[in-house]
Design a protein. Structure first.
Length: 213
């Protein structure tokens, strides 16, 4: 695998889209594709695709395009999917259960290792083949199992405290659905997810389209 220079967050956010489209191409037996053909499918300019991929050394050949399997593998490595990522979910309400049951995570190399909650009515139950543990066991479990990602599906008032516990236990990344912007040190990757932001963005797009009609 190549060594990569620092890349902007905007480019990194586009990589999963490339990976998804390349996965689809592979499933249809397509072995190579040009940046122009890929741009048509993804609704991104061919120039943008070439610029993005050149951030990682470039993978195409002039007159040939991209080898789909090779590019898929390289982007998977850039995304850290080649070795798999272990994850735990804290909070087994409706959202936590939905995340635990999302089968595509395992297909992408994310391995669900643990579930945690404070609710005695949930602790001990099995969800997606994993038994829910008491949140008091959180730190020991993260340390003993070298967990990569902690998923926060908990109320916002508890988010920072639980994040701090994960960080102290050596977690590598936090996927935060708590509706609160939490803080983490630079050596811990953090992704704050606000579902309502996406819905409001969609609403804004609808409004703009209606104004243009």
């Amino acid at each position: 695998m190549q060594e990569y220079k620092p890349v902007s967050a905007v480019v990194i956010r586009r990589l999963p889209r490339y990976y998804r489209y390349l996965t689809e191409l592979l499933s249809h037996g397509i072995t190579r594709i040009s940046s122009k053909e890929l741009s048509t499918k993804m609704h991104v300019t061919a120039s943008q695709i070439r610029q993005d991929l050149n951030c990682f050394g470039g993978f195409g050949q002039q007159g040939y395009g991209y080898n789909v399997a090779s590019l898929h593998k390289e982007i998977g490595q850039i995304l850290g999917l080649d070795g798999g990522r272990t994850m735990i979910i804290i909070g087994l309400g409706n959202l936590g259960k939905a995340i635990a049951g999302y089968s595509s995570f395992s297909k992408r190399g994310f391995i669900l290792k643990g579930l945690f909650d404070v609710n005695e009515n949930v602790i001990g139950k099995e969800i997606s083949g994993v038994t829910v543990r008491n949140s008091a066991e959180l730190e020991d479990f993260v340390k003993e199992n070298n967990i990569d990602i902690g998923v926060l599906a908990i109320p916002k008032y508890a988010a920072q405290d639980v994040a701090n516990r994960l960080i102290s236990a050596g977690i590598k990344g936090i996927w935060n659905f708590s509706h609160m912007e939490i803080n983490a040190p630079n050596n811990v990757a953090l992704e704050n997810v606000h579902l309502s932001d996406s819905l409001m963005t969609l609403s804004c797009k609808i409004g703009r389209i209606q104004k243009e009609e």
